[in-house]
Design a protein around this ligand. Structure first.
Ligand SMILES: C[S@@+](CC[C@H](N)C(=O)[O-])C[C@H]1O[C@@H](n2cnc3c(N)ncnc32)[C@H](O)[C@@H]1O
Length: 257
């Protein structure tokens, strides 16, 4: 699904930049997500020192908004490379946290009614920012800045299958290069969780993980028919695929350290 360009998407991200991880360098460099990563001590980014999980390719953010409310004992980074998609996720998160709403003129209307006109920043106290920050960045660049054994979990939902050409396989978020990075940044015992509708991508991912030092802890080719699927958080893409009658595959893997 192609997103139409968001009107003033960049300024809208700026308004909520206190929820980004971190934002300044995106503006300072080339107004794209490229090279935007400057990893900070999570202790200065989050109000509470919880273990940190990463969602790679968060899309419009339904999943992370729900997960971060359901499991508040973790901090989360939701990573999305397309700024116009990320802005939808950040605004959704801010609204669900009671931090206001997008105004009709593209400004941000805080919960007390104060309007922050488009292009200005809405300052959000650290204690009100909740447990999630959004990173607008390419996953490989972001991961390369991540310290070893720093994450308590990684989640990739419905990542693009890139099946049209074999040379595209490097772009898959479960290519051997990505999987080795996940292995490096995951804490011992931490889990990698993956969902897809795509049979071939699922097979490829199982094979790549097993060939890259992960053990498969759980795997199903029809998640919604499983007894314990009630805990499953449905993502935007998952809902679309379910509506088309497609079965959802899921796996959970653990690095063997
Ligand atoms: C098919 S969508 C799925 C979105 C969401 N996870 C869901 O399940 O509804 C995949 C998302 O991953 C993002 N993405 C793909 N490759 C990425 C990369 N290398 N780095 C960061 N984000 C990426 C895309 O921009 C897109 O928003």
């Amino acid at each position: 699904m192609r997103m139409r360009k968001k009107p003033h998407g960049f300024e809208r991200l700026l308004a909520l930049s206190d929820l980004l991880y971190p934002f300044e360098e995106i503006i300072a460099e080339d107004r794209t997500a490229k090279n935007s990563v400057r990893l900070e001590d999570p202790g200065t980014v989050f109000a509470s020192e919880h273990p940190l999980k990463l969602e790679v390719g968060c899309g419009k953010g339904d999943f992370i908004c729900t997960l971060s409310e359901k499991e508040p004992c973790f901090n989360y980074i939701a990573l999305e490379k397309v700024p116009d998609v990320a802005v939808v996720a950040v605004e959704k998160y801010a609204s669900r946290r009671g931090l206001g709403r997008l105004g009709s003129n593209g400004g941000w209307v805080a919960s007390d009614g104060t309007l922050y006109p488009m292009g200005t920043k809405y300052p959000i106290e650290l204690s009100k920012r909740g447990n999630t920050r959004f990173a607008v960045a390419e996953a490989s660049e972001f991961l390369s800045g991540m310290p070893d054994e720093s994450l308590a979990g990684i989640i990739a939902n419905f990542s693009d299958p890139w099946t049209r050409k074999s040379s595209y396989s490097k772009r898959r978020l479960t290519s051997p290069e990505f999987v080795l990075d996940y292995r490096r940044v995951l804490l011992p015992g931490a889990l990698f969780s993956f969902k897809t509708d795509d049979e071939k991508l699922f097979d490829y991912t199982l094979e790549t993980l097993e060939g890259s030092g992960f053990s498969i802890e759980y795997s199903t080719r029809d998640l919604h028919s499983e007894k314990d699927s009630g805990d499953n958080i449905i993502t935007e893409y998952e809902r679309n695929f379910m509506n088309k009658g497609m079965t959802i595959k899921k796996l959970i893997a653990r690095p063997v350290k």
